[in-house]
Design a protein around this ligand. Structure first.
Ligand code: NAD
Length: 256
């Protein structure tokens, strides 16, 4: 009789903090992690959506916290609360993100500072907690959701590109700092993925523009689950020798 192979994506007995969990990629990631056996702590702006999701996830022990991640100074206290109420963390996925499409000549400093706070500074403020024994003991994994706009650029995308490419440098340096305690840090750079953020962008396009953007993806637009799969791969045992890197998941956008 053959012994069944262990599932290297199994997340049983692990607990992850997922930001942006009310919608799109964060929601799909939290759902997949829970389906793989993890407990998840959901962070976003909308408590109603988070509560519904927490109740619908498989397994028990999920919780949620409403926090505006633009309040970077409040993030240490948020993480302390997450840990004191639900226990130690095995990792984090920072999927919360915000974007405006605006040419450099028009964008205001307060707008780009808000984008940087949510997309980038919050990532550092969250992830540095993984170095603290009261938060994480014995290894873990952090994933930042960046974007192909960190690698390819796009007109009207200056603030967003700046915020996402900074995540790549952050991940590399933090990976080196945290490797001695067994914590891995990586980015996922998605192409255009059908989520509410995508829907908001799409409303600004006519049919020809939409087709042109889709044609940049040889495999077509992605789904939130495509990014969730990559996040699971990185946090689980499948990613145990991967740190300080950027996993591009873009339907071939950057293959040209
Ligand atoms: P989404 O708008 O569906 O979800 C983003 C979530 O982040 C929302 O639930 C929102 O409430 C939350 N959020 C935004 N600002 C917040 C704040 N200040 N505090 C707390 N939560 C906040 O978008 P999505 O497409 O799922 O995007 C998820 C991540 O993926 C983002 O970082 C985005 O930049 C990145 N991304 C998306 C695409 C795409 O095409 N959809 C492509 C590349 C990268």
């Amino acid at each position: 009789m053959n012994t069944p192979l262990p599932n290297p994506l199994d997340l049983t007995d692990c607990r992850y903090l997922v930001t942006g969990a009310a919608s799109g990629i964060g929601r799909a990631t939290a759902s997949l992690f829970a389906a793989l056996g993890a407990r998840v702590s959901l962070i976003d702006l909308d408590g109603g959506l988070l509560g519904e999701l927490a109740d619908s996830l498989p397994g028990g022990g999920h919780d949620y916290h409403v926090h505006d991640l633009a309040d970077v100074d409040g993030i240490d206290a948020l993480v302390r609360k997450v840990v004191s109420e639900g226990g130690l963390l095995h990792g984090m996925v920072h999927a919360a993100g915000t974007q405006v499409v605006m040419p450099a000549r028009d964008i205001k400093p307060e707008t780009w500072r808000h984008i940087l706070a949510v997309n980038t500074e919050a990532a550092l403020a969250l992830a540095r907690n993984m170095a603290r024994k009261r938060v994480c003991q014995g290894g873990g994994s952090v994933v930042f959701i960046s974007s192909i706009m960190a690698l390819a650029g796009g007109a009207g995308s200056v603030a967003y590109s700046m915020s996402k490419s900074a995540l790549h440098g952050l991940a590399r340096s933090l990976a080196l700092e945290l490797a001695p305690i067994g914590v891995r840090v990586n980015c996922i750079a998605p192409g255009f993925v059908r989520t509410p953020m995508f829907d908001r962008l799409e409303r600004g396009w006519d049919a020809a523009q939409r087709d042109a953007v889709e044609a940049l993806h040889p495999l077509g637009f992605g789904e939130a689950e495509d990014i969730a799969h990559a996040a699971a791969f990185l946090v689980a045992a499948t990613g145990r020798w991967i740190t300080g890197t950027v996993l591009v998941v873009d339907g071939g956008y950057l293959a040209k």
